[in-house]
Design a binder for this molecule. Structure first.
Ligand SMILES: Nc1ncnc2c1ncn2[C@@H]1O[C@H](COP(=O)(O)OP(=O)(O)OP(=O)(O)O)[C@@H](O)[C@H]1O
Ligand SMILES: [Mg+2]
Length: 284
């Protein structure tokens, strides 16, 4: 087996001087695969992603037996090392491109700037421009020359997310973390953007962490799925094995999914059992 791209062992993240335990003894590895992290709001999904990127506020307390990205120890790496990891080696896509793009800069210039920042010796502006058009093509934007000249407010949400993906891919990262990348998009656009992401990740042989509260979506696009509840991993399963999930929380999630064949007017409310937290606790 090849070495994992990311490795976390007993990752814990606390806020508020330890009052909030956002992430509790989370362990997983990421290879060149598509790994989903699913769980309800507040279960700690984004905090795991931010811990890897070292983007948590200074008030957060992060401890782990191991937290590594390839040869880099993310617990002890200097901020300078992290500048090289963030964006260049691990790309992050967030929910709403509107907040991640600079509103007063043309889309093409922003992607070019990212490129020059990561590859300052790669042939300057002309090379960057050519690369930008190539990337806009790669994310299936039909008229890249025209789109490159637009400002963020002139493009749709779906196109904005494609631009974000282009901007991230231009740095040629090895891992991408997509945190609810399509939650702000409507259904048809959502599937288009995800298929695109899927294709790019597969073709470039990257590792992808797809964070979402939508089990159906993650099941469809990922190879493996981590299910989080109250800061813990309750179960990790191959997407194809989700039907055989054992944990009552996962089973509850599966049972509450609307399916195309069985129309349900209301989703059943999940019955929670306080023992879910304790049960996992005793295992670790
Ligand atoms: N900066 C912060 N300060 C204090 N508490 C925080 C901070 N960031 C996250 N938390 C808390 O940590 C817990 C996990 O939050 P996180 O954002 O990781 O959840 P999530 O699973 O991504 O939820 P969502 O689906 O709503 O995005 C929550 O209880 C949240 O309130
Ligand atoms: Mg989140």
């Amino acid at each position: 087996m090849t070495a994992p791209l990311i490795e976390a062992a007993n990752l814990e993240v606390g806020f508020g001087g330890g009052k909030i335990k956002a992430v509790r003894s989370v362990s997983f590895t990421l290879g060149r695969e598509k790994l989903g992290i699913v769980g309800e709001s507040g279960s700690g999904k984004s905090t795991v992603g931010r811990a890897i990127m070292r983007l948590l506020p200074p008030t957060a307390r992060v401890v782990a037996d191991r937290l590594r990205f390839q040869e880099i120890d993310l617990l002890t790496a200097s901020n300078r090392d992290m500048v090289h990891v963030r964006g260049r080696r691990i790309g992050l896509i967030l929910q709403d491109p509107k907040y991640s793009l600079n509103p007063v800069m043309r889309v093409g210039e922003q992607i070019a700037e990212t490129y020059l920042q990561h590859y300052p010796a790669a042939g300057g502006k002309a090379a960057a421009r050519a690369r930008v058009l190539e990337m806009l093509n790669a994310v299936k934007i039909r008229d890249p020359e025209r789109v490159a000249r637009l400002y963020p407010h002139e493009i749709s949400g779906g196109m904005g997310q494609r631009v974000m993906i282009a901007m991230m891919l231009i740095a040629e990262p090895e891992v991408m973390i997509a945190d609810e990348p399509t939650s702000a998009l409507d259904v048809t656009v959502r599937l288009e953007v995800l298929s695109l992401l899927d294709e790019l990740v597969t073709r470039r042989n990257l590792g992808l962490i797809l964070i979402s509260h939508d089990l159906n979506l993650v099941r469809r696009f990922c190879d493996r799925v981590i299910i989080m509840y109250a800061g813990r991993i309750v179960e990790t399963l191959a997407a194809s094995q989700l039907g055989e999930a054992r944990h009552p929380y996962t089973r509850g999630l599966l049972a509450s999914l609307p399916s195309i064949d069985h129309k349900v007017s209301r989703l059943p409310t999940l019955k929670r059992d306080p023992s879910w937290i304790d049960a996992v606790e005793t295992n670790s």
